[in-house]
Write a protein that binds this ligand. Sequence first.
Ligand code: ATP
Ligand code: MG
Length: 139
Amino acid sequence: MQYSFGIIKPDAMQKKYYGKILDDIASAGYKLIGLKLFHLTEEKAKNFYAKHENKPFFDELIHYMCLSPVLCFVVQKENAINDFRALVGNTDPKLAEKNTLRAKYGQDLSANAIHASDSEASFDREWRFFFTENELYFQ
Ligand code: ATP
Ligand code: MG
């Protein structure tokens, strides 16, 4: 069994897509084992996205991630990391395949609806930003 961490980002929160997104994730066979609303501070967003700090889009990304509360979650499924990245789709919603979450709910390269861990190492780092161990219900 494997786990992945995701964030429903401010654009999708503002458009109230959270219910539809969680429903699509459940329909794709994922079990939800952690869920939390969280309003990122600039400091926390910069730390979470530290690996992008030299990219030209960094300031825009940090500003955008702090616009509203986001919905953070942990899901469980076999091969969860790679499968969840595939369900989320290309970073750019315009390039994402038809039934992916970013194609359905994203707006543009910045406001792309959802974050997904890209490796087991990223998952191990990312869930700890938002949850303690006793807030996850491993099954
Ligand atoms: P995520 O890490 O959020 O799951 P990703 O792995 O598909 O997305 P990354 O390259 O890690 O993409 O970029 C992190 C986030 O930064 C993207 O999800 C997007 O919100 C933003 N981003 C990436 N590239 C650009 C860009 N060229 N212009 C504006 N924003 C961008
Ligand atoms: Mg990434």
